[in-house]
Design a binder for this molecule. Structure first.
Ligand code: GTP
Length: 286
C-alpha cells in the first residue's frame, strides 16, 4: 500500500492556516473522537503553538465513551493553554462548553486589553481540522440562526467573513483544512475505517483485514455477537469465510465473495452496527 503525502499540500495548508492565525484569539482543533491522533495533522502543535487551543473530540456520539474519557485525561494537562472537550456537532451535545472554556483560556488577554482601555469585543476563533471531520456541521450548529457577517477587518487585504455565535464569539467562516498525514500505514487504515478518506484510496479488503484484526483484539465479544461466531478464528481468511458464509456473501458456485464481505464489515462498522467504537487509545501511543 502506498499513500503519498504531498509536501505541496502541507505547505499550502500551513501557509493558509498561519495567515488566518493572525486574526484570531483561539483555535478550535476538530478531531474525530474515535481516532483523535490519526485524525490530527501532525504539525498542528507547531503551527498553532502560540495560540490557546481547544481540541474538540467530535463525533463523540460514535465513539466508546470510556475511551473518550481516557483521551480527555490525556489531552487535558494542567498548566497549559490547550484543553480538550468531547462534542457531537450533529446533535449539539457539548457545544455549550466551548464558549465558557474559551473565555477561561482568554481571560488574561482580555483583562489586559480592558486595563489598557480597549473596548471589550467578541472572542475570535478559527476552526481547523482534516477534511470530513465535521467543520461545517460545527459552524452551522454554533451559528444557528445567528449567522451574520460582520464585515471585513481593517488591515486585512483579503475579505474575511465572520460568523457570529451569540454576542461573545465570532468564527472565521472559512475553516482551516489541515490534511492528515498517513505515512504510518495504520493511521491510513484507521482513517479509512471511519470513512475519513475515500474508499478508493485503500483497497477495501485491506481495510477490512485491519478492522477485523483490531476488533478481534479490542472488541472480541461484539465481533462474535454481530456475526454469530462461537470463537474468532485466528487466521484472517477463516474469519472472512466465517462472516461471509454467515451473511451470504457468496459468488455463484458458493465461494465466499471477499470483496462483498469486506464491504459489509466496513459498512456495518460505520453504521455503528458493532456499537460505539474507538479505534485508538492513549496507552497504545506509549
Ligand atoms: N455522528 C456524527 N456525525 C457528524 C458529526 N459531525 C459531523 N458529522 C457528519 O460528518 C460528515 C462530515 O461533516 P462536515 O461538516 O461536512 O465535515 P467538514 O469537516 O466540513 O468536511 P470538509 O468540507 O470535507 O472539510 C457529515 O456527514 C456530518 O453529518 C457528529 O458530531 N456526529
Amino acid at each position: 500500500m502506498t499513500i503519498q503525502w504531498f509536501p505541496g499540500h502541507m505547505a499550502k495548508a500551513r501557509r493558509q492556516v498561519t495567515e488566518k492565525l493572525k486574526l484570531i484569539d483561539i483555535v478550535y482543533e476538530l478531531v474525530d473522537a474515535r481516532i483523535p491522533v490519526s485524525s490530527r495533522n501532525p504539525m498542528i502543535d507547531e503551527i498553532v503553538s502560540n495560540k490557546p487551543r481547544i481540541i474538540l473530540l467530535n463525533k463523540a456520539d460514535m465513539a466508546d465513551a470510556k475511551v473518550t474519557r481516557e483521551w480527555l485525561d490525556y489531552f487535558n494537562l494542567e498548566g497549559t493553554t490547550t484543553k480538550a472537550i468531547a462534542i457531537d456537532s450533529q446533535s449539539g451535545k457539548g457545544l455549550q462548553q466551548i464558549g465558557s472554556l474559551s473565555k477561561e483560556l482568554l481571560k488574561g488577554k482580555f483583562d489586559k486589553m480592558q486595563s489598557r482601555g480597549i473596548r471589550p469585543r467578541a472572542i475570535r476563533a478559527l476552526i481547523v481540522g482534516i477534511p470530513n471531520v465535521g467543520k461545517s456541521t460545527l459552524i452551522n450548529r454554533l451559528a444557528k440562526k445567528n449567522i451574520a457577517q460582520t464585515g471585513d477587518r481593517p488591515g486585512v487585504t483579503k475579505a474575511q467573513q465572520w460568523v457570529k455565535v451569540g454576542k461573545e464569539l465570532e468564527l472565521l467562516d472559512t475553516p482551516g483544512i489541515l490534511w492528515p498525514k498517513f505515512e504510518d500505514q495504520d493511521v491510513g487504515y484507521r482513517l479509512a475505517t471511519t470513512g475519513a478518506i475515500k474508499d478508493t484510496i485503500i483497497n477495501l479488503q485491506d481495510i477490512a483485514v485491519f478492522a477485523l484484526r483490531f476488533l478481534s483484539e479490542a472488541y472480541p465479544e461484539r465481533l462474535k455477537d454481530r456475526y454469530g461466531l462461537e470463537e474468532i478464528p485466528e487466521d484472517i481468511v477463516d474469519l472472512f469465510d466465517a462472516i461471509g458464509s454467515r451473511r451470504g456473501c457468496k459468488m455463484s458456485g458458493g465461494l465466499i465473495d471477499y470483496d462483498k464481505t469486506a464491504e459489509l464489515v466496513i459498512r456495518e462498522i460505520r453504521q455503528e452496527k458493532l456499537g460505539k467504537l474507538s479505534l485508538e487509545r492513549p496507552e497504545t501511543l506509549i
